[in-house]
Structure formats: C-alpha cells, structure tokens
Write a protein that binds this ligand. Structure first.
Ligand SMILES: [Zn+2]
Ligand SMILES: [Zn+2]
Length: 454
C-alpha cells in the first residue's frame, strides 16, 4: 500500500491544474471529491453536476441533474456520499451518490426555509442538517427522520455557518456584521453570545476545532481571528485583501488559512505566527507627538495662535497624531497588516525589517471567487467564480507562459466546441467556471504562470 502523502506547507505559488467550464450560469458552490479526480458543483442554472476527470485530462460530467429551482449551496459528506443541496425556493434536498459517481438518488427533501437557502451543513456525528436562509432564519433538521428540530431568527441573512461537534455550538455570521453563537440541544437552542467586530457584513466563517479558533471574513475586506480556545477574548485582525473577502478555508495540518476575495486574490496566511491585537485608537485634542491642536480644539488654537490639524491614528501604538508626525507607512504583519498602513514616526523607526517580513503569500486567480474548497490530502484548491473578460486573459497568459498548459487550453477549446460555443464568444459571454489549483506540487513553471497572469 502506498504511504499517505504528507501535507506540505503552501509556500509555492499555486499552479493552475484545470478549469471546469460549461455551466450556463453562476456556479454557487463546488467541492473536490476526495480520493477521486472529481468535482461536484451546484449552479444557479438549476443543475447539480459531478465532473470526473477523463483520460483526455478534461473534467466531463458523469452526473447532470436538473433541480426544480436554482441551487444556492451544498454540503457533501464523503464517507456516506451524501449530498445535501439548498435551493432558491427554500427546499433542502438530500441525495446519495453511487460509488462510481455515475448516479444520484433522492433520499428526502425538507421545506427548511421560506426563501433561498444560503448555507447548508450536514453533521454526520449528530445526523443533523443545519441551514440558514434569506428568510433570516437558522434551522436544523434530523437527517434520519426528516423532522425539523428547531430554529433561531438571525438579525440578517447569514452567509457564514460553522459547527463545533464537541460542544454542539453553532456559529452564524450574518449580513449585519454579527456572529451569533448558539448552543444546540436535541430539540432546542439557546443564545450564548454575539461577536461584533466587522464594519461590513460577514461573508464567510471557518472554524478550527483543534486550536478552537473562529475566522470570520467580511465585505469590509478584513478577516478576524476570534481566539475562543485561548479564553482571553483575543481577536486578531488580518488585513490582506483589497476587496470583499468571499470564502475561507483552513488547512489544519499545515496551520494555514486560505482566504479568497472578490478581486480574485487568494491569500494563504501562516497561522503558526503569533500575532498581536491592534491597539484601541486613543482620543486627544492635540497631537500626542508634537502637541499641535486638532481642528476642533479652538481654545488651544487661539491660545497658541496655531492652526488646527486633522487627526490621524498610528496603527501600531494607537496614538492620535497629526499628519506631519505620521508621514511614513509600513506593513505590520505581526499585527495582521500585510499592506502598508499609517504609523507614527517613532513606531516607524521601531519596526525592524525582520518584523516587516510578510506572514502570508498572495496569489491572483484572475476571477471573482465566490467559493473555495481545499482538499488537504492532495493540497488542491478548488475555486468557483463568475467572470467574463478576466477568464479570457488568464487563458491567453497561460498560453504564452507554459507550453504544457497551452495544450490543456487547446483541449478545453475542443470541448467547448462540443458545447456549441464559439471560441471568440467565450471572451464576451458571461462565464462561470471552477479552477483547480495544485498548491503542493513543486513545479518549476508555477511561478511563471502566476507572474505572467498578474
Ligand atoms: Zn504632530
Ligand atoms: Zn505609533
């Protein structure tokens, strides 16, 4: 028997393995089938598809199943091959996939929500199906009896849903920016607490049951790491995206957080690094460095015959400072600032080059990522996205960069014609597709591919 592959840290730039194309509308969610060269996708075009890699190297549907309503989300359990699908009409349908992934059989359906199901999570240990909907409800059902076990009204529609099997706590992150923590019993639930840290809606949640850390991604571009296991109330901010964070995944073995943004950015965060909390911003009527009054401080302005200045804050020490005393910028990776931010002059001097070393790696997928799935055993990353022009650019750049990939792109075109799509139209048409990235392979061309695409 072959030895299990050892997980490797994702230090290499990801190499684009393949693209799975052909969906007529947005692919809302997709997952890699473990141990198989396969992908399951659910789409706004009402289809559920299982794509298996064929001898040609292309992913080709082995299952193409049309649902009565657009498919908004899914949860796949590989051990039981159970596929739970959330629909736009509020229904959750459960299927069992055959061993060869050529057939899917309906097991049962639940009328779980009044409107679109946003997130769904099947918990094998409890035989529970957890879900959130646009009707601002969190509900959970018994997957054996099909019975509704309970529900909770959230303050807004919730895009983040995670569950801790050990303590039966559920985390629900909603559009208001709040994370609600509920304790689930067999037929009741109680509110434990809420976390408020984002200035925009929560778009994704990710729970690490080992370190007992919750990550929340937001449309405010930031990620917050809530250290629940540390019991000190520590919340670390991670600033590494220039657009909405859309999806999160955690690689347990290598302790890396993978975050994807609406701008196509994939950031891989080293979570072995010990980061500090950002300081509270201090209040002052005058610069805490040079003592010049701020513009609302009329008394000091009059007394000292000085012009009032605008107030800024140093991101490192939190002091209220004037523009002149905070003219420099620096990244502070150990505080989660991977990009340059305002710091006061003395803090700027105190930050060493060593402390400026990035603690995350940045990659550009060149498509608007709506969902990401990470297969830890192979180090494969599957991104689902929506895009038009960007995809065309990516294919062309790859063609220029690597001969091997060129062939792959050419094959894709051959299949596209079988879909009766014109190649020239591909660049204009609204395209939805997944990309499969190999993040573990030590490929000499990997850097080239990414660099030429950026
Ligand atoms: Zn000053
Ligand atoms: Zn400072």
């Amino acid at each position: 028997m072959a030895a299990e592959p050892q997980p490797k840290a994702l230090t290499r730039k990801p190499l684009l393995l393949n693209k799975v194309e052909g969906s007529q509308d947005v692919v809302n969610m997709a997952a890699i089938v473990p141990k198989e060269d396969g992908v399951i996708s659910v789409s706004e075009d009402r289809t559920v598809r299982v794509w298996l890699k064929r001898d040609s190297g292309q992913y080709w549907p082995s299952i193409y199943h049309a649902m009565p309503s657009p498919c908004s989300c899914m949860s796949f359990n590989p051990e039981t091959r159970r596929l739970s699908i959330g629909l736009d009409n509020g229904t959750i349908s459960e299927f069992i996939l055959s061993e060869d992934y050529n057939k899917m059989t309906l097991v049962k359906s639940y009328q779980a929500h009044q409107s679109r199901v946003i997130m769904i999570l099947f918990v094998l240990e409890m035989e529970w199906v957890l879900s959130t909907g646009q009707d601002k409800h969190f509900t959970w059902h018994c997957s054996e009896s099909g019975q509704r076990l309970g529900g909770y009204r959230t303050s807004a529609g919730a895009c983040g849903l995670q569950f801790d099997v050990e303590t039966r706590h559920v985390f629900v992150g909603d559009h208001s920016g709040q994370v609600t923590i509920l304790k689930l019993e067999q037929e009741s639930c109680s509110l434990v607490t809420t976390f408020k840290g984002h200035t925009g809606g929560v778009t994704a949640l990710c729970w690490d049951p080992i370190q007992r850390v919750l990550f929340s991604g937001s449309s405010d571009h930031s990620i917050i790491m809530w250290d629940i296991g540390g019991r000190k109330g520590t919340a670390i901010e991670l600033q590494g995206h220039n657009d909405k964070v859309q999806s999160l995944s955690y690689a347990h073995h290598t302790r890396q957080l993978i975050s994807c943004g609406a701008d196509g950015g994939i950031v891989v965060w080293n979570m072995d690094v010990e980061r500090q909390e950002t300081p509270e911003w201090l209040d002052s009527d005058s610069c805490q460095k040079c003592d010049q009054p701020f513009f609302w401080n009329f008394k000091q302005m009059w007394d000292s015959k000085k012009i009032g200045l605008r107030q800024h804050h140093c991101r490192k020490c939190g002091k209220a400072v004037c523009g002149k005393c905070s003219s420099k910028r620096s990244s502070i990776p150990l505080m989660g600032f991977e990009f340059e931010v305002r710091v006061c002059d003395s803090c700027h001097e105190s930050i060493t080059d060593e402390e400026r070393a990035p603690t995350a790696t940045f990659h550009d997928s060149k498509h608007n990522i709506v969902h990401v799935h990470f297969d830890a055993t192979r180090g494969w990353l599957l991104t689902s996205g929506t895009d038009k022009v960007i995809k065309g650019l990516l294919a062309m750049d790859l063609t220029c960069a690597v001969q091997g990939v060129h062939l792959m792109v050419a094959e894709t075109q051959a299949h596209q014609s079988e879909f009766k799509l014109l190649f020239s139209a591909r660049f204009l048409r609204r395209q939805q597709y997944h990309q499969v990235w190999d993040c573990s392979r030590n490929c000499a061309h990997a850097d080239e591919v990414v660099e030429s695409a950026s």
